[in-house]
Write a protein that binds this ligand. Sequence first.
Ligand code: ADP
Ligand code: ADP
Length: 227
Amino acid sequence: MIELKNVNKWYGEYHALVDVNETIGTGEVVVVCGPSGSGKSTLIRTINRLEEIQGGNIVLDGQDIHDPRLDVNVLRAGIGFVFQQFNLFPHLTVLENCTLAAIQLGKLSAAEARERAMSLLERVGLAHKAAAIPSQLSGGQQQRVAIARALTLKPPLMLLDEPTSALDPEMVGEVLLVMRDLARDGMTMVCVTHEMGFAREVADRVIFMDQGAVLERATPQDFFNRP
Ligand code: ADP
Ligand code: ADP
């Protein structure tokens, strides 16, 4: 589904991604880990073109994502993303935040979108906040809204950057259960996380980055059971 071929990225003089080659299959769940500043966020942001690359190419379902004929909005409509900045619309309710994209893109009718969003809000423990606006929620609650919003679109691919960073431990467990169900349903996921529960319970593969390069690939079992 995703092929990264010799991907190189510079921020000015700084070489942020160094010859990254990675193939991620449909339905595969990959956790990206590594020290702060190693290029994890940059890597996943290249996949929906939030970051442009200066070398190599990225192919998504057979389509080069840098093909000039490809509309970047069409590309992003097929990718759910949950990043650390939640980017919720401040003047819309929680429910409206979740349903807006699905309705605008014509993926779901308003009624279907509401029904789906409400069931996801319920899953993440926020059905009672459906009518609230984002500023009335805590950071952890906003993070859960961002997750429910991304999932309302039922995207075949999800990119997640520290999706549980603002959650208290109890909520991390809840969100992991949601992710595990999605993985079982066949959703492809690439997730930057320090949450080892995610790697252990949800991931098929862990890739470890350092200084912009992929240093290691392992199954979660091998990754955690090494001496
Ligand atoms: P990670 O997600 O592993 O913490 P990042 O991908 O965020 O790493 O960043 C990798 C490196 O690139 C870091 O050294 C960071 O400071 C640098 N970097 C990230 N974004 C930018 C940017 N917009 N401009 C310049 N340098 C950046
Ligand atoms: P993360 O590593 O988790 O992505 P950061 O705090 O490194 O979080 O980055 C937050 C934002 O700041 C990102 O949009 C990133 O591109 C940008 N950024 C990070 N490092 C730099 C930098 N050295 N110069 C400019 N922008 C940066």
